[in-house]
Write a protein that binds this ligand. Structure first.
Ligand code: GLN
Length: 297
């Protein structure tokens, strides 16, 4: 008789289930087996780290064992933990995800940092206006609205599903009255002017996508990854439009793929923007947040 999936964890204590799951993930060659096991167990049991420790000796219920086995199967099949949980923390804030949104990456926090740095150098603006192009879960825009009281923001995306997700995140974060989400290509539906325009556009060259890890290639939306032949299609479309819609003194900040920062700066300069500082590096030292300003006439 085929054992039911839940049998693997049935009758186990919280602690022995954690160890069994970690071992299972390790033998599936997953790099973060211990960490993933703790998070997936916590999610299946609805417990945080302290809860897992204080309840280490109790036995799993049938339902918990089944949920945990399902989580384990999905992770082993290459689904990222954030997708299994349906949520990911970014800038210290919780974001719901959907199949139409990227999982927000820690690298992308560099874009938020650079945007805040440039914003704080602008002369006091009463109600700053921010646009996030290809907003996905709304992560960049909502992080900025969270940190800039009084700012208003609009996120655009081609995917109505992503916009729904972003709206839900705005509401959950108490930012619904300072944000709007609009379906359009780049800035097509926006007039501006904006004090900040931010974007994490698709920038992976099309031919590279099949070589990405299974977590990305099979679970992140290709619309959010595929930057065309050389990876720069979105930058070529976005940068001249953004330059038109920026207020004088306003700034454009975009995420760059590895090795792309210099070419993006060239596109910005060609659009009459001023690149006044080097790209900001992420924690791995990769130039990640490329920025430029529109000078007053
Ligand atoms: N940073 C993502 C990755 O490495 C790509 C996101 C994008 O193309 N904007 O897979």
């Amino acid at each position: 008789m085929t054992p039911r999936v839940s049998d693997r964890f049935t009758g186990q204590s919280v602690e022995s289930a954690r160890r069994a799951l970690a071992a299972q993930l390790r033998s599936a060659q997953l790099d973060e087996a211990e960490l993933d096991a703790r998070i997936l167990l916590g999610a299946a049991l609805g417990l945080d780290l302290t809860g897992l420790m204080t309840q280490a000796a109790r036995l799993l219920t049938e339902g918990e064992a089944l949920r945990l086995a399902q989580h384990a199967q999905r992770r082993i099949a290459g689904e990222p933990v954030a997708r299994i949980l349906g949520t990911r923390e970014f800038w210290g804030l919780p974001f719901r995800l959907s199949e139409a949104t990227l999982v927000p990456r820690p690298d992308t926090e560099t874009v938020v940092e650079r945007a805040l740095e440039l914003f704080r150098e602008q002369k006091a603006i009463h109600q700053p206006r921010i646009a996030d192009i290809g907003t996905g879960s709304g992560a960049i825009l909502l992080a900025l609205l969270h940190d800039i009281p009084g700012a208003f923001g609009v996120g655009t995306d081609l995917s109505p599903n992503a916009l729904e997700t972003a709206r839900g995140n705005a509401a959950a974060l108490g930012l619904a009255d300072r944000s709007a989400f609009v379906a359009c290509s780049y800035l097509a539906a926006l007039r501006g002017p904006f004090d900040l325009i931010v974007s994490n556009p698709p920038y992976i060259p099309s031919a590279e996508i099949p070589k990405l890890s299974v977590e990305v290639r099979e679970h992140d939306p290709h619309l959010a990854l595929d930057g065309g032949n050389d990876g720069y299609d979105a930058y070529r479309a976005l940068i001249p439009l953004a330059a038109e819609r920026l207020a004088p003194g306003g700034a454009l900040i975009v995420e760059a793929g590895q090795g792309q920062a210099r070419n993006i700066e060239t596109l910005m300069t060609a659009a009459a923007l001023v690149v006044d500082r080097p790209a900001k590096a992420d924690l791995a030292g990769i130039p990640r947040a490329v920025s430029a300003r529109k000078m007053p006439p």
